[in-house]
Design a protein around this ligand. Sequence first.
Ligand code: G
Ligand code: G
Ligand code: NA
Ligand code: MN
Length: 253
Amino acid sequence: MELQSAIEIGLREQEFDVHLQPKVDMESGRIISFEALARWNSSRLGIVSPVDFIEATESAGKIDQLEMIILNKVLSWQSDRQSKHKYLYPVAVNISPNHFYQSGFLESLLRLLKGYDLPSECIVLELTESIRLEDLEQAKTILKNLAKEGIRCSIDDFGIGYSSLSYLHELPISEIKLDRSFISQIHTSGTRAVVQTIIDLADKLDIRAVAEGIETYEQMILLRGMSCSIGQGYYFYKPLPLAQIDEIIKTEE
Ligand code: G
Ligand code: G
Ligand code: NA
Ligand code: MN
């Protein structure tokens, strides 16, 4: 069966699942928030790689439907925790540019939160740098409206697109995620210079910098020494199913 038709079935049958990957305070080792990542075990095709199905869903113009399924699963998990009086960790959900710029996006988010009776602080939107420049004014307006409602935004894969530094101070965002390619090269002094500059800039603008793709102890130590306090990556945790996340945070509670 073709990927496109399998995706249609997958969306209809809600075959998509969510895994969470912790973002960790590198001093204490404590989990402070999560990133939600879509996973798919297709009834027709078996396990499909996220890179493949995300791209195909985007080109089919259906990424908003997929992201709404993910959002619902995340909020349902949060709502379950809220009913048990547990701490609500912020969970970042990846939102593609098409979905972000869709009219009524903010309204449907707010409706969803209200339906679950959850505070806006419990979700964060992770946006790629490709929400960029040609739409800067529009992006600014949407981000301001989100911020007004208490919904925070994070810029994913930060530093690899080219105008990051020039627009950063104009946008109401609360977090940037240093692209994984910087972390894999952090042992080189040139990369460290670039990364330190980004971390210092973020600090001055009161934006939290998160290092993603940390795979080794050495990378963690170098980044911590550069005043980057939050990390994400296989060194700490892989993206895991909700049941396993529940087990892990049980010991933190
Ligand atoms: O974990 P990983 O292999 O899961 O993800 C592959 C790519 O798919 C990453 O770039 C990740 O950001 C992206 N991705 C995972 N889930 C979603 C989602 O719900 N929406 C979008 N737009 N991208 C996602
Ligand atoms: O594009 P985005 O930054 O959302 O990418 C998330 C992707 O990165 C997911 O596919 C996730 O599984 C993957 N990922 C998470 N941690 C690591 C890591 O330490 N190393 C590598 N190579 N990939 C990671
Ligand atoms: Na992401
Ligand atoms: Mn990223």
